[in-house]
Design a protein around this ligand. Sequence first.
Ligand code: ADP
Length: 396
Amino acid sequence: MAEILCLNAGSSSLKFALYAEPGTDEPSLLASGKIENIGLEPHLIARDAKGDVLADRRWTKDVTITHETLLKDLLREIEASVGEDLIAVGHRIVHGGADYSAPARVDAPLLAALEALCPLAPLHQPHNLAAVRAVSRLRPALLQVACFDTGFHHGQPPVATRLALPRALGEEGMRRYGFHGISYEYIARQLRLIDPDTGGGRTIAAHLGNGASLCAMDGGRSIDTTMGFTALDGLVMGTRCGALDPGAVLYLLQQRGMTAREVEHLLYSESGLLGVSGTSSDMRALLGSETPAAGEAIDLFVWQIARQAGALASSLGGLDSFVFTAGIGENAPEIRARVADRLRWLGVALDTDANLRGASVISAPFSRVTVRIIPTDEEWMIAIHTADLLREEPKP
Ligand code: ADP
């Protein structure tokens, strides 16, 4: 059986999903999992499609254990358990820049172009590309496909992508790109299945995980989003600040004497829910905490979602549906209820029981806006694109 492996490589984690590629139908999940805590004491957990544990392995701290050695072990485990017929690897790549919108076969020129984008996504892009390189070394003959988090936003109107900076900077690539595009593409696809005529009409999708953003979609096409030039912009996130007055950055540099590296670390890794609560970036922990600072972090998270959703509703000229997705969006009824409450003026009304149950439609029958929970599946979307490119490959 031919298989496709999907990889999402981060600084300390490697998420993966393995699909059977039947050649015609959609790929079907065989196994998925992640290796966490890379660099400290890595922990691999893999489950089959039913959720039963296939592998649970821990490594003790050892400097020779790297992303690449772990990937090598993973490939070996996959081949030992499902057979040696891995035919392609699809990667989540955070940034495709201005030139790459559609998923692309990885080759040397593409890799060089993506490398040049690392400064725009310093927390993600280098790790994404390191996984591509590691697979090239371990299995040079395998087809590798890059799927871009920026791709889905490429069709936005120019006004949504422009920064109000001197034109020359815009021409050299300083513009709003938007991220979480693989997740939004999946949501748009699901909405089209549910509602083939309008694809959900004018929809705001809220991807609320450790990273968080909103996307305004009209008939399934992105027309505006809250992340911008980098994945720092927009909503309050686990450890990222979200939208911030650029004057605040100047203040940190000029008045506080911080270096650019220190400011980068502050904004990407010490801010957001963690910075405001002073204790945790994890929404579950904050919801369970009784400290006032944890409550203030949640208040700000909700406030910014509603505030920025109002802006996106304006970009759309109204609102027909709202979708919650990702870790917080799929699992935290209290956050959904609080966001919905702040969006009552737009015609949002929740069905309390449906929200608590986590039903697929959670709006009340009389709500002008249909509110849904759609669990995202970025890996499946990557598998679909990888399978499509496989079909375009010349047959040996
Ligand atoms: P990532 O962006 O790393 O993929 P996820 O989409 O897994 O993140 O989302 C992680 C976030 O989801 C964390 O803040 C976590 O606390 C939150 N989360 C997961 N389950 C729940 C839950 N049952 N209640 C509240 N928050 C949850």
